[in-house]
Design a protein around this ligand. Structure first.
Ligand code: ZN
Length: 308
């Protein structure tokens, strides 16, 4: 999803923003050193899925988690994100339009569960579109966003947003009724640690909403037919989660009643990706509905909903 934004960013800000080269990217180790451990199951014998922009993407043989190996250093990532969401009106409008369907869907969910309102944390809140929507609905809202320009844009609109990574953020226990992560978990260096931290910050009975891409089936297909692609958007997507892996990850962090849904479509700015997104989502939703919720079309982004 952020590929779309990445391409646009590249066009607007080439002078300040280049695709980092893995050789200078502060990777944790060299490419021929032993594979790093799977953060979900601890195995270290992954299969190679693809190499994109010089980064190796591997799949854990034991649990199926897909990850960049070796991972970029956290400090390098924070640096890389500074130009990821530039603070320009066009960027903000495009981003909010792309995410609008998902934001509305999450709003419906939160209002249905907490009719009297509540306190929301949006992790990786980008330009604050969802926070603004929920604030208008009477909620108390807070966000974190590692891209400093986007965080500043949020604060200008009087949103309580801190430019900090999930690993550095701190909240009192039992603070939030709901926590949302829209296309964020795949960017977090320690997704299990991050979800555990979120769990602690949530009230019992709180609702977690996690939206992630499901890139691997598409990447494998394109590789098989010999088409190069950069769908993992390295170094940004550190992980790719199948529905089974995401469910396991969320449960391992302590949450219960994990449900996976195709949910609403994103609306990328360019017509090609937009039609693809709308069509694939429509087919995915139809198949999920026809099978009583059992069949989840792979290759299409998913929303996980879980409870503390
Ligand atoms: Zn594993």
């Amino acid at each position: 999803m952020k590929n779309e934004n990445f391409k646009r960013t590249k066009g607007l800000a080439t002078a300040v923003f280049r695709i980092p080269e893995p050789s200078i990217a502060g990777t944790a180790s060299s490419a021929d050193s032993p594979a790093s451990l799977c953060v979900l199951c601890g195995d270290n014998q992954p299969d190679l899925v693809d190499v994109q922009r010089g980064y190796r993407i591997v799949e854990c043989r034991k649990c199926g988690l897909v990850y960049l190996d070796p991972p970029p250093l956290p400090a390098f990532l924070v640096q890389s994100y500074q130009a990821y969401l530039p603070d320009d009106p066009d960027g903000v409008a495009n981003w909010n339009r792309m995410m609008d369907g998902l934001y509305r869907s999450a709003r419906r969910r939160l209002i249905a569960r907490f009719p009297a309102g509540g306190r929301l944390l949006d992790v990786g809140c980008a330009y604050g579109g969802f926070l603004e929507m929920m604030k208008k609905a009477g909620w108390q809202v807070e966000g974190i966003e590692v891209a400093a320009a986007a965080a500043a844009a949020c604060r200008r609109r009087e949103l309580d947003v801190h430019a900090v990574a999930l690993a550095e953020a701190q909240w009192p226990a039992d603070r939030f009724d709901a926590v949302t992560l829209f296309y964020v978990l795949e960017h977090v260096p320690d997704p299990l640690g991050g979800l555990r931290k979120i769990y602690e910050a949530m009230k019992p009975g709180g609702l977690l909403i996690v939206r992630v891409p499901d890139t691997t089936p598409l990447a494998k297909f394109l590789k098989r037919i010999g088409r190069r692609n950069e769908l993992y958007d390295p170094p940004y997507h550190l992980f790719d989660f199948s529905p089974a892996v995401l469910t396991r990850l969320i449960e391992q962090a302590g949450f219960r009643n994990v449900r996976m849904e195709i949910d609403a479509a994103t609306r990328p700015r360019r017509i090609g990706p937009r039609l693809l997104s709308l069509t694939a989502t429509m087919i995915g939703r139809a198949l999920q509905w026809l099978t009583g919720g059992r069949f989840l079309l792979r290759g299409v982004s998913k929303t996980a909903v879980a409870e503390k």
